[in-house]
Design a protein around this ligand. Structure first.
Ligand code: UTP
Length: 453
């Protein structure tokens, strides 16, 4: 019986409300939420187990980072070629994490449907899908796409792809899977009632991807398709260079289990996690965990010492995910203190301070035997849409997308008005060097906002 189960796990306050038939609590919702919850895990988390522990800052050192200039070197060619070979052989899949709540943007819909492209207002999902379609044409091989959703946005996301005919992708190559949820708890470790009468739950963080891949049978799907490597990124970055062959090649030939791209921090205060080295292992140190000493540390040229901002773009080996999701292995949980909308004992709306538990994919880095970290130019590959205004907003992202595409045109000697926005469809050109082949279809001068595709 539900009440008994709740008492057994120390949640008497909810059992009592159910016994009293409180009108603002729904037995069905509570049952559903508990059914999706690993209560023994939650109990351990409440007790303070399985939590993330900050490294001893004395052991933190700058990471070894392959500089962006490497891409121009002769040596880069063989790595790029290897990456291309893996794509041609169909060994690489794409994974987009899109289960977040987009709370900073303040949207109800999945972030992937936000229209971000500068001229045609294409959505994030459309841009990513078109890049993947372009890749599969280039390498004459479908590139399977895995999209992680959450309980809240799964229906909407699936419908969106269906309504848009999967943006040209073969639906058989697109896989949706849903991440886990965890209940938030009050400061005293008690479960919280949501305004819908169930438990207040939150998605379990992008680190939940790994367990969700296993739980939803995606690891088997990946294996049966001969996939060895996963190109991972976050839905909110329209500039991502999907399946960059150089990154794939470096990661693979250097025997890494997980690899990362970083961008140079804009300034000391940019709120981005950085990749550092702790006891010989790559590790992301979140901005909020950095001491001032570390944040403001400089190198011998007086430049930011910890400059490698995590762009949240990774290569991850499938067999590494297999091993990380085996019995008794899990990523550490971070506690985030949040204001939570709930109801008081009479059912009136109330707000309380609570704790949300989540895991982060980058905590898999120190668990890997080998990793590589590669610098990329922010303006070429990283324009995330996080905030409503200012840095990393819709507006700044649109300008960065347009500026990149303008630079490709300027490279070919095409004049572009400084006021004009430009957008190049990924199906027309995936990267700068693709444009030259189309030179006869391009205008000599651009004097208005222009879509090229
Ligand atoms: P963010 O941490 O930026 O979160 O997620 P968010 O949901 O997009 O935005 P805020 O913080 O609520 O404003 C980075 C990426 O990780 C995914 C998001 O969808 C985004 O692509 N993510 C985050 C998940 O898939 N699941 C999660 O539980 C959290």
């Amino acid at each position: 019986m539900l009440e008994k189960r709740l008492r057994l796990i120390g949640q008497d306050h909810i059992a009592k409300l159910l016994e009293e038939d409180a009108p603002f609590i729904s037995r069905q919702e509570i049952e559903k939420d508990l059914g999706q919850t690993d209560m023994s895990l939650v109990n351990e988390l409440i007790k303070g187990n399985y939590l993330y522990h900050e490294p001893d800052m004395e052991n933190v050192a700058p990471a070894e980072i392959i500089p962006a200039s490497f891409a121009e070197s002769d040596e880069a060619r063989s790595y790029r070629k290897h990456g291309e070979e893996l794509l041609k052989k169909g060994r690489v899949a794409v994974l987009i994490v899109a289960g977040g709540q987009g709370s900073r943007l303040g949207i109800e819909a999945p972030k992937g449907v936000v229209e971000v492209s500068p001229v045609r207002s294409k959505s994030l999902f459309q841009i990513h899908a078109e890049k993947i379609l372009a890749l599969s044409r280039r390498y004459s091989r479908p590139v399977p796409l895995f999209i992680m959703t959450s309980r809240e946005n799964d229906d909407h996301t699936r419908r969106y792809f269906k309504d848009h005919s999967f943006f040209g992708l073969n639906p058989e190559d697109v896989f949706f899977f849903t991440q886990g949820m965890l209940p938030s708890v009050a400061q005293d470790g008690k479960l919280i009632i949501s305004r819908q009468g169930g438990l207040f739950m939150n998605p379990d963080g992008h680190g939940g991807t790994l367990a969700a891949l296993r739980r939803n049978g995606c690891l088997e799907t990946l294996e049966s398709r001969g996939i060895e490597e996963i190109f991972f990124f976050q839905v909110d970055n329209p500039l991502v260079f999907v399946c960059d062959p150089l990154f794939i090649g470096l990661h693979s030939l250097r025997g890494a289990q997980m690899s990362s791209k970083v961008v140079r921090k804009r300034d000391f205060g940019e709120k981005v996690g950085i990749i550092a080295k702790v006891e010989g292992k790559a590790r992301v140190i979140e901005y909020s965990d950095m001491s001032d000493d570390m944040r403001y540390a400089v190198d011998d040229r007086n430049e930011i010492l910890y400059w490698g901002g995590n762009a949240a773009i990774h290569m991850i080996r499938r067999d590494f995910i297999e091993s990380l999701t085996g019995a008794d292995r899990r990523l550490p949980f971070h506690r985030a203190h949040k204001t939570i909308s709930t109801v008081d004992s009479k059912g009136n709306p109330a707000e309380i301070k609570g704790v949300k538990f989540e895991t982060f994919i980058f905590d898999a880095l120190p668990l890997a035997e080998n990793t590589i970290t590669m610098e990329v130019i922010r303006e070429h590959e990283f324009a995330p849409v996080k905030n409503r205004t200012g840095e990393d907003s819709l507006e700044s992202s649109k300008i960065m997308q347009s500026n990149l595409h303008k630079s490709w045109l300027k490279h070919l000697g095409i004049e572009v008005g400084s006021e004009n926005l430009v957008e190049i469809c990924p199906l027309f050109a995936m990267e700068k060097d693709d444009l030259a082949a189309h030179i006869e279809h391009l205008p000599i001068k651009i004097v208005k906002d222009t879509y090229i595709g």
